[in-house]
Design a protein around this ligand. Structure first.
Ligand code: PEP
Ligand code: MG
Length: 853
């Protein structure tokens, strides 16, 4: 640092690193280097600004000489990282009566007076800390019949200052400057500012640089004003002018008062910069192109016009939605401005959520019920449910639902996963519902304040007397923040063009495979559209919860004779076979990994009297027999009871039937000649190698029989789901019987922590708030604990079995950080829900690119 002057004249080619002078100063120098008209300025280094705190204010600072009568400057924050924010700019410093008088000739009396009035107001609020509302009142007071008397405003503002500060408004520019610089430092050091920037990742000792710059006035004769503009659409990334301009204004006035501002290019909605000064728009566009090349990105320019002369005050990365970001990146690569690697690294994988979700067809009729704050992208239609449990039940019935709550808590998270969209009466963009919904990619509107939610009565009422009940269909349009009645047409995301190209680049770089967790043909089709490398997890139990199948499954579990079991199996087999035929056909030879039945036994047991009666009728048994058997089979802790492979060994016919269905389906599809199907079969909840051996022996026998019966020469592979800590520890043994491991990190996290997947919501928020966990380990893989088990299992597994394939199929497969971990650990693939696969593909590419840096 010692080599850098504390105060630097910002000129083309000056050495002004952001670390020393802040990001804004670095940008100014870069802009000057491109030849753009940037007003003269000086950068105060972070050290110089720190010294101001200690009253170190040398008399020889170079810009003090420039502060002569008639010259105005601005002071602007230049934090080391832009996102850290900083105090608002102070404009027109140096203004006093003498300068006002001098400026009257070139600018006109009103403009010069307006500049003085603005400065008095700005200085009073930002430096002397007077109440902004007092000044707003002055403007109202001195506006008669829409005409503002600026001279009266100036007089009253000076009087207001005198009365409240107890001295006359300072006329000496150097005194104004000293006080202003100190107020910047104080504002930066304030507690609120500190908390806000720390939330943006700033360290506790984050540095602030400052810029003192000659004013580009924006007020005066001819076309004068200020604005902000970029030449790409925020929403779509298309090449269109976006921004605002306001005549006779400064700074960000045009953005803050959009109702009175001009558009940039001609617009049917109102006047534009193009109407009042077309040359300025042409020039601005050319400057934007220059900045785009210089910064390697689309930039937003802050500009001022003085009698038609353009000055550029700043350039920041152009605003863009996640949807727009992909298109912009692709164009930058195609223009040779960025490399593919830079484009891939420049997009947060989570932001792809915005590209991936449906929206309401713009042409559809909209019956708007109410609106709120849209906080997670997309649109969805479903039936209203009021509790997380109801959402889960609805998902189990494959019935799309919208979860409506007053606000959500961690206990609602599983319900949110099951819902198509979430709606809350309370909350803001960073409320629990908003944050969780964004993370899991579910459309969400929060703060629907005119909606009354009666969870007990299962009723939602709106002020116009409209009442909606559980089961009524609504549509959440999180694009506009509106809740619509019924089911307007939704447009599925347009994943062609730029998105496809971008994702194909990700595929060029990634080495980690990305598969989808898909149980239904619909999931499989979506997965194909997302160009996955295969299916990494088919949860077959979902196939048994369908209405027609559940009773047959129950008959199998309750069967007392060989004959009864066979009868039930004969009904189930063709159903399963057709499920698999459909999946294999859709996947056209890509790997499909089918997990043998996993759920705890209790999920198949009839619960209500009606269900028991219906089973008794179907089986021709007395009701008492059924209730007795249900009692017999009930477990204290079903998640750790007769679940997964344990059920498979207790009722082996289930796995045998599933294996037969898989092989027969593979034979049918292979025979059709489209693709050779090599099914992967996975054994769940293993804790000992013997479990795998027993299953493998039976499955091998079925395989041989089907191959014999069908005459189709097939192959298959059998692997283990590593999701108990013991399986991870005994990976060396288990690898002997397994062609692959797929880590079920949902259960592995649950069992490693001894933390219920279903109940952790109760205390997760507190645990994170108290710093026990950095993040919810069910969302982001616990690298230290569960991660260590994974690494150990990989090492032991591969040492025992060289070609062992390694995958991960827990929720973490769609979490960018967890994907990075899997890449580093040398996994072959991750598998996650279809909509998250593009996120995983991009995260995998980023992990690979980071390694080569
Ligand atoms: C897992 O446990 O990580 C897993 C994928 O299986 P499930 O979520 O079905 O238990
Ligand atoms: Mg599991």
């Amino acid at each position: 640092m010692a080599d850098f002057p504390r105060i630097l004249a910002l000129t083309s080619g000056a050495d002004a690193p952001a670390k020393v002078y802040g990001a804004r100063a670095a940008t100014q120098v870069a802009l000057m280097g491109t030849g753009l008209p940037v007003p003269k300025g000086w950068g105060l280094s972070v050290d110089a600004v720190k010294a101001i705190t200690n009253e170190d204010f040398p008399e020889d600072w170079p810009f003090l000489d420039e502060l002569t009568t008639g010259c105005l400057v601005s002071i602007r924050a230049s934090p080391v990282e832009r996102v850290w924010g900083g105090p608002d700019a102070l404009l027109n410093l140096g203004m006093n009566q003498a300068t006002c008088d001098i400026l009257k000739a070139p600018l006109g009396e009103d403009a010069a007076t307006a500049l003085y009035a603005r400065f008095v107001q700005d200085y009073s609020i930002k430096v002397a800390r007077l109440d902004p509302e007092w000044f707003e009142e002055l403007y109202l007071l001195h506006t008669k019949k829409d005409k503002l008397d600026i001279h009266a405003v100036l007089g009253s503002s000076l009087a207001l200052y005198d009365q409240n500060v107890g001295e006359l408004f300072p006329q000496e520019p150097v005194r104004q400057l000293r006080k202003a610089l100190r107020s910047f430092v104080k504002a930066w050091d304030g507690t609120t500012a500190r908390i806000l920037r720390m939330a943006q990742g700033a360290p506790s000792d984050a540095g602030l640089g400052l810029i003192v710059q000659e004013m580009a006035l924006g007020l005066g004769r001819g076309e004068c004003g200020a604005g902000v503009g970029q030449f790409v659409s925020v929403q779509t990334g298309e090449e269109v002018a976006h921004g605002r301009y306001m005549s006779q204004s400064q700074g960000r006035d045009a953005v803050e008062d959009q109702a009175h501002a001009h558009f940039l290019s001609k617009d049917p909605r109102g006047p534009s910069l193009e109407d009042v000064c077309p040359e300025a728009l042409t020039e601005l566009k050319a400057y934007s192109e220059t900045a785009r090349v210089a910064f390697g990105d689309e930039m937003q320019l802050e500009f001022t016009l003085q009698d038609g002369q353009l000055a550029v005050l700043d350039a920041t990365v152009a605003e863009r939605s996640g949807r727009a970001a992909v298109g912009i990146s692709v164009r930058l690569v195609e223009a040779g401005i960025r490399s593919k690697e830079q484009a891939l690294m420049g997009i947060d994988p989570r932001s792809l959520n915005e590209v991936l979700h449906p929206m309401v067809d713009p042409k559809a009729k909209r019956d708007v019920l109410t609106s709120g704050i849209s906080s997670s992208p997309g649109a969805a239609t479903g039936k209203i449910v009021f509790t997380a449990n109801a959402a889960q039940a609805s998902a189990a019935r494959e019935e799309p639902c919208i979860l409506v709550r007053v606000e959500t808590t961690p206990e609602d998270v599983r319900g949110m996963h099951s819902a198509q969209a979430v709606l809350t009466a309370k909350g803001g963009r960073d409320s629990h519902a908003a944050v969780v919904a964004r993370t899991i990619g579910v459309p969400c509107i929060v703060g629907v304040s005119d909606m009354k939610v009666d969870v007990r009565g299962k009723v939602l009422s709106l002020p116009n007397g409209f009442v909606l009940r559980a089961g009524d269909t609504i549509t959440v349009d999180a694009g506009t923040g509106e809740v619509l009645h019924g089911a307007p047409k939704l447009v599925q995301p347009n994943l062609g063009g730029a998105f496809d190209k971008f994702m194909s680049w990700a595929d060029e770089f990634r080495v980690l495979g990305v598969r989808a967790n898909a149980d239904t043909p619909q999931d499989a089709r979506i997965s194909r559209e997302f160009k996955v490398d295969g299916i990494g997890l088919v949860r077959t139990e979902h196939m048994f919860f369908e209405a027609g199948r559940l009773n047959v499954m129950r008959e199998l579990i309750f069967a007392e004779t060989e004959q009864d079991r066979k009868a039930a199996l004969n009904l189930l087999l063709p159903m399963q076979r057709s499920d698999f035929v459909e999946l294999f056909e859709i996947m056209e030879g890509l790997p499909v990994c089918i997990r043998l039945l996993d759920p705890p036994l209790h999920e198949f047991l009839p619960q209500s009297r009606d269900e028991m009666q219906s089973l008794a009728d179907a089986m021709g048994l007395p009701l008492s027999k059924i209730t007795e058997r249900v009692e017999d089979l009930r477990e204290f802790n079903p998640m750790l009871g007769t679940r997964g492979v344990r059920l498979g060994l207790m009722v082996p016919e289930i796995y045998e039937m599933q294996a037969r269905a898989i092989f027969e389906a593979a034979a049918i599809v292979s025979k059709k000649g489209t693709a050779m199907i090599v099914p992967e079969i996975m054994v769940p909840l293993v804790s000992a190698n013997r479990e795998v051996e027993l299953v493998k022996t039976r499955v091998d026998a079925i395989f041989a029989a089907v191959r014999n019966d069908t005459g189709v020469s097939m192959e298959y592979s059998l692997g283990t789901m590593v999701e108990t800590p013991r399986a991870a520890l005994r990976a060396g043994d288990i690898a002997h019987s397994s062609a692959f491991f797929s880590f079920g990190t949902n259960d592995l996290t649950q069992m490693t922590y001894g933390l219920s997947r279903d109940d952790s919501g109760r205390f997760m928020r507190d645990y994170i708030a108290q710093g026990v966990f950095d993040d919810d380990p069910f969302h982001s893989l616990d690298v230290d604990g569960v991660g260590e088990l994974l690494l150990m299992a990989c090492e032991r597994g591969r040492a025992a079995h060289k070609g062992l394939v390694l995958g991960l199929c827990g929720e973490h497969g769609g979490n960018p950080e967890s994907v990075g971990f899997c890449h580093k650990a040398g996994f072959d693939y991750v598998s996650c829900s279809p909509f998250r696969t593009p996120i995983a593909r991009l995260a995998a590419a980023q992990a690979a690119i980071s390694e080569t840096d």
